[in-house]
Design a protein around this ligand. Structure first.
Ligand code: GCU
Length: 336
């Protein structure tokens, strides 16, 4: 009887130890946060990331994806990634400006003159490396980019010319460059996080916002703002950002797999983008009753014509990347 008791208590201690160390928990859980829904191209790209990491390193890592700002707004999730509380986050470059001001370049209105130039610049992984490493000291770095389309104004009030923006409160991302840009257009910029926009429009706190077409459907903004105007002021990439310590400490062969997975996620995401935009437009038009308005883009360009020069004068660290982008722009304008 005594022996039995001893065996049983031994078993109990063993079971407890297994529970505490977690028998299957030799695996490192990799948490990725993003702000989009589960049908968004970024989520589909991240599923590819998970598939590759788990296929090749499934005995060591389990990847968990948290969509819909479940772990907080982009800014909050970046802070969590800095400390290592989560491992990766997808965030627009506007959110990175406070950590490395080179990212301000993407907030310039009319920076890229074609989608081709935008894609070529962003797909040049070698060129982007030093920029991606520019946040190392802040505890995170960029692995790859995702297409977030072209940003346009949308509102509860019709916008056809920059004059129509006067007196309109327009939500912008929480970065000084974004605020300046929208104010330069003549609107009153109202910075807030992405997740707050729907309610703010619904309650009349703001008139509208500016974003790609997917914001109308994935984030339901088309339920509350019925005029979407193609003034095409920006193409701003989203970035897959990783905790620097995790990336620096992992064995090189693991890092190679994470990088391969990151690049593959970009391929999936960018391949899905155009289709997703078309679907969003169809749904917004036919179900939500959003009107898509073609405007005279030149008038919008004229309204902000000094902004690029002002930004370059204020922030020398964007000059090199700006010049590089101009070279690629010229190539697709046939000016080379
Ligand atoms: C887009 C972009 C996000 C960004 C959001 C915003 O959806 O993909 O990264 O956060 O716009 O305007 O806040």
């Amino acid at each position: 009887m005594k022996r039995m008791k001893k065996i049983l208590s031994g078993l109990f201690v063993f079971a407890l130890a297994m529970l505490l160390t977690g028998c299957s928990s030799e695996k490192r859980i990799i948490r990725i946060a993003h702000a989009q829904s589960e049908t968004h191209p970024e989520h589909l790209g991240l599923l590819k990331f998970k598939e590759i990491v788990e296929d090749k390193l499934g005995d060591k890592y389990e990847v968990q994806i948290y969509p819909n700002e479940l772990l907080g707004s982009a800014q909050k999730a970046i802070e969590l990634t800095q400390t290592g509380a989560i491992d990766f986050v997808v965030a627009g470059t506007a959110n990175l400006e406070t950590f490395a001001d080179v990212y301000e370049v993407f907030s310039m209105p009319y920076l890229f003159t074609s989608e081709e130039a935008y894609h070529e610049v962003m797909n040049d992984t070698d060129y982007m490396q030093p920029i991606y490493h520019s946040t190392d000291e802040s505890g995170f770095r960029v692995l790859t980019w995702y297409n977030a389309g072209t940003r346009n104004f949308y509102s509860t009030k019709r916008i056809e010319t920059p004059e129509d923006l006067k007196g309109q409160k327009i939500r912008v991302q929480q970065s000084p460059a974004s605020v300046n840009m929208v104010n330069a257009f003549g609107a009153a910029a109202s910075p807030m996080s992405f997740g707050e926009v729907y309610t703010a429009i619904q309650q009349g706190v703001i008139h509208g916002a500016e974003n790609n077409e997917l914001a109308l459907t994935n984030n339901k903004h088309g339920e509350v703002a019925k005029y979407y105007s193609y003034n095409r002021h920006q193409m701003v990439p989203d970035m897959l950002v990783g905790n620097a310590k995790l990336l620096n400490d992992m064995p090189q062969e693991d890092l190679d797999v994470f990088m391969e997975a990151a690049l593959a996620s970009t391929e999936v995401e960018t391949a899905e983008w155009d289709k997703a935009v078309q679907e969003a437009k169809d749904y917004a038009q036919n179900v939500q009753g959003v009107e898509f308005i073609d405007v005279d883009v030149q008038k919008f360009k004229d309204a902000v014509k000094d902004v690029q020069a002002e930004m370059l004068a204020a922030n020398p660290s964007i000059q090199d990347l700006y010049d590089h982008i101009q070279t690629i722009n010229a190539k697709y304008e046939g000016k080379e």
